[in-house]
Design a protein around this ligand. Structure first.
Ligand code: ADP
Ligand code: MG
Length: 437
């Protein structure tokens, strides 16, 4: 059985068993199979209304027949009316509507004591969006699987309910889009877009804290989605109570849902992750090598993954035997490349603390001498410790554009050259920041 037509016939024969001939004719007489790819069956029917019925009432049956035939899960996409033309024009392999989710699912997430609560909560939310824990808030340090879980929720919900509208974005994307919508007078569209989502996945919301208009807008978006009974999942690098400049209304909302943290994995979980990632890359590692990596990298799964990838490359390029010295080299490379990049919040907090000021003094417009210097130092540090552009840096402060930022950075650069006190100050604050990694 190989042609699409035969497969579709087979599916229809099963569908027909469950319903009356009249119903069958009504919903399937003009429904045709358009395409079958590795993961997806694409159908076409005449109207949006029929599509709705097919997806709602028959999607499960159709997918279960495909599962029986191929032993794997398929997505179902139904085109209606003219959409067929676009589909044919853009080629058969329409890109996934959510490319970010590629490769992140529950199957390839390793569960251990450090993340089992967050994992269970994520599964529960993916199984019943909007019904159990709303919002779900996942927090923890960098590289511990927050984004992975967030996207796995999206992937599962999209797979099971392809009709639902999902938004995945980072806290700072939200800010940037909001600013753009204000500049271009498209605020209404912006609001409509997010408030009508069935599932909002917002990653790294620590980036909205402190930004008044973003938080205001986010609060309303949050409420619209929540009140419609739709699901919200958020991640951040720390719990809400440690986000000093988070709007209290948002904090209260988050605390009213479920908060789950992810911790660094224990040794066994790290070993399981290494085995899993190396197998996925077709790499066979000796037990002592797996153990050595697991003992050397303890606090960041992203780095563990980086080492395994590097070993795969060594093996391919140099046909190198993977022994402990090779692994040591890979680890050294990864730790250097993956050096800690502090968030703007950390830089501002630490700079403010050093000068006995509040973070909002630095973000705001006031110009006492102390504040002006502290603000300029924090800009200099952001430029040196992060990959942010001048524009991004300016956005951290009220009323600063890239040219004022650049002038501030230049000024501090000059001072460091001529004034040993300033050089020491910058060194101290840098090391405080780095100690928070
Ligand atoms: P975070 O968002 O917390 O900074 P990510 O979710 O981006 O971290 O994870 C970093 C990398 O490590 C990703 O490639 C992710 O797939 C992987 N990873 C993290 N935790 C796990 C886990 N428990 N099992 C498998 N892979 C993991
Ligand atoms: Mg992340």
């Amino acid at each position: 059985m190989d042609s699409l037509e035969e497969i579709w016939k087979q599916v229809l024969s099963v569908v027909a068993m469950d319903i009356t001939p009249t119903a069958y004719n009504t919903w399937f007489s003009d429904c045709t199979a358009v395409d079958l790819t590795e993961r997806k069956l694409v159908l076409h029917t005449s109207s949006d209304f029929k599509r709705g019925i097919i997806l709602k009432r028959f999607a499960n049956t159709i997918r279960s027949v495909l599962y029986d035939l191929f032993c794997c899960d398929f997505e179902l996409e139904v085109l209606a009316g003219d959409e067929l033309l676009d589909y044919v024009k853009t080629g058969t392999n329409t890109p996934s509507p959510y490319p970010e989710m590629d490769g992140y699912n529950f199957d390839n997430f390793i569960v251990g004591p450090s993340n089992k609560f967050a994992h269970a909560a994520a599964i529960a939310v993916a199984n019943s969006p909007g019904r159990v824990y709303n919002p779900l808030f996942i927090y923890g340090n960098s590289g511990l699987g927050k984004t992975h879980l967030l996207l796995a929720i999206g992937e599962k919900i999209h797979h099971e309910h392809p009709e639902l509208k999902i938004a995945y974005l980072k806290g700072d994307d939200f800010t940037n889009e909001l600013i753009h919508s204000i500049q271009t007078g498209t605020g209404e569209e912006f609001r409509g877009k997010y408030r009508s989502m069935d599932l909002l996945l917002m990653d790294d919301i620590q980036f909205i804290s402190g930004k008044v208009s973003t938080q205001e807008e986010f609060f309303h978006t949050f409420n619209s989605i929540y009140e419609a009974g739709h699901q919200i999942v958020l991640t951040a690098d720390r719990p809400p109570r440690e986000m000093a400049t988070l709007d209290d209304r948002i904090r209260t909302r988050i605390e009213g849902g479920l908060m789950a943290d992810v911790q660094p994995p224990d040794l066994e979980t790290r070993m399981a992750i290494i085995l899993n990632k190396s197998q996925a890359l077709g790499l066979v590692l000796a037990h002592e090598v797996v153990e050595f990596i697991a003992e050397s990298i303890t606090s960041n799964v992203r780095q563990i993954e980086g080492v395994v990838k590097r070993l795969t490359a060594y093996k391919e390029i140099m046909n190198d035997n993977i022994n402990i010295p090779t692994v040591k080299r890979a680890i050294k490379d990864v730790i250097r490349v993956g050096a800690y990049i502090p968030t703007p919040d950390v830089i501002i907090d630490e700079t403010a603390r050093y000068y006995s000021l509040q973070p909002r003094d630095l973000r705001g417009q006031r110009r006492s001498k102390n504040m002006a210097i502290a603000r300029q130092v924090s800009m200099y540090l952001m430029r040196n410790l992060t990959n942010l552009s001048l524009v991004d840096i300016g956005n951290q402060y009220e009323g600063r554009n890239h040219s004022t930022v650049l002038a501030s950075i230049r000024k501090i650069e000059e001072m460091i050259k001529t004034d040993p006190d300033m050089a020491a100050t910058v060194r101290d604050i840098s090391s405080n920041i780095n100690s928070r990694s």
